[in-house]
Write a protein that binds this ligand. Structure first.
Ligand SMILES: Nc1ncnc2c1ncn2[C@@H]1O[C@H](COP(=O)(O)OP(=O)(O)OP(=O)(O)O)[C@@H](O)[C@H]1O
Ligand code: SF4
Ligand SMILES: [Mg+2]
Length: 349
């Protein structure tokens, strides 16, 4: 029975802009090989907002870096990453030359790295950051600065004032918005943002999210929003992908996933949130801890924390089930998850 069920997990790929297959990142360490991204499959759909959520250390930043072949040495990335431009041939991201990769980053897929605020050069004005980026890509600086001003005002910033400022003269929220404008100045189609609001207060996080949603519509963007804060993205994302222990354990349309979460871990995350409108600090934690990337157990990585774990879970990889046609889940017993991990969550606006 399990075999037929597993065949039902068929996500349609027609409108895919970025396809990730079997993405794996490993580091050789003294105590063995650490697998910090473990065989991740994901399709990012054109013009969607995809929320990637998971607890700290689950591999979210590794996944983001993998998408742009930007995993730092000595990490080793294998698998397949294909970018599908609106017109033209698919691009095999892991086989690009340095120059092609430089063009792809910023001009097709742009990334706001985790902690990127600190990468602002303190001795250079914000204008300098924009002109330097435009020059580095041989773009028309005048037209580019026109776009920069438009983006800054889309983000409710006073363009001239911000361009004339030095990074330390801006508040956290202003810097983050300036960084988003910078990442969009070369007109990418995809924006990947890794914890872009983590350092900001709740109100600023929410307002940046609302602005992102407006930008997504205005510029036909595809947005991948990475966060450990499920309540934060729940209301914004079209689809959600949940990471646990270096793997994606469940993904699907956001509303369906919140209502009918099929993986015990997703359900535990939702159970930990009394109300999706509440700040993350009110979340209860989930007992136990995730496996060590050097010793990922056979079978299901969540088994040591899961109330449904049995022998099959300890032996067999739980990948490949479908809780709906667009809702893959890695759990042998997902049909029983709602009884085992009940929750009631109010989805806030
Ligand atoms: N340079 C490295 N060498 C070895 N292991 C690493 C290295 N960088 C990260 N890791 C490990 O890779 C795993 C995944 O890290 P990653 O940064 O992707 O997690 P994350 O989900 O982004 O966490 P956070 O929410 O804290 O940003 C973690 O276990 C981390 O300790
Ligand atoms: S496969 Fe088993 S251990 Fe893993 S989440 Fe499902 S029920 Fe729990
Ligand atoms: Mg991270």
């Amino acid at each position: 029975m399990a075999t037929t069920e597993r065949l039902t997990a068929t996500e349609s790929t027609a409108d895919t802009i970025l396809r990730v297959r079997d993405a794996t990142v490993s580091f050789e360490m003294d105590r063995g090989t650490a697998r910090v991204l473990n065989g991740v499959d994901l399709d990012v759909k054109r013009r969607e907002i995809l929320g990637v959520v998971g607890e700290s250390g689950s591999g979210k930043s590794m996944l983001a870096s993998a998408m742009l072949d930007a995993v730092e040495e000595p990490g080793r990335l294998t698998g397949e990453i294909i970018y599908y431009p609106e017109e033209g041939e698919p691009v095999d991201v892991l086989n690009l030359s340095k120059a092609e990769l430089k063009r792809l980053r910023w001009e097709e897929i742009s990334m706001v790295f985790q902690g990127a605020l600190s990468s602002f050069n303190p001795t250079m004005s914000v204008r300098g950051h924009f002109t330097e980026t435009l020059r580095a890509h041989d773009a028309d600086v005048e037209a580019g600065m026109e776009r920069a001003r438009e983006l800054l005002s889309d983000l409710y910033l006073d363009p001239e004032r911000v361009l004339d400022s030095y990074p330390h003269e801006l508040s956290g929220g202003m810097s983050q918005r300036a960084l988003i404008a910078l990442s969009l100045v070369l007109e990418p189609n995809v924006l990947v943002m890794d914890e872009p609001t983590a350092a900001l207060d709740l109100l600023m996080q929410r307002s940046i999210l609302a602005l992102l949603s407006d930008l997504q519509e205005k510029y036909d963007l595809t947005v991948v929003f990475i966060t450990h804060d499920l309540p934060l993205v729940a209301g914004l994302a079209d689809r959600l992908a949940v990471m646990y222990a270096f793997e994606l354990v469940e993904r699907g349309p956001a509303a369906e996933l919140i209502r009918d979460a099929a993986h015990p871990y997703t359900r535990a995350l939702l159970k930990a949130v009394p109300n999706l409108d509440a700040p993350l600090s009110t979340m209860r934690s989930i007992e136990g801890s995730a496996p060590d990337p050097v010793n990922i157990p056979d079978g299901c990585s969540y088994a040591s924390r899961c109330p449904l774990a049995d022998d099959q879970c300890l032996r067999e990889d739980p990948g490949g089930y479908g809780a709906g046609p667009e809702h893959p889940v890695s759990c042998h017993h997902w049909r029983r998850a709602d009884e085992a991990v009940p929750f009631e969550t109010e989805v806030g606006e």
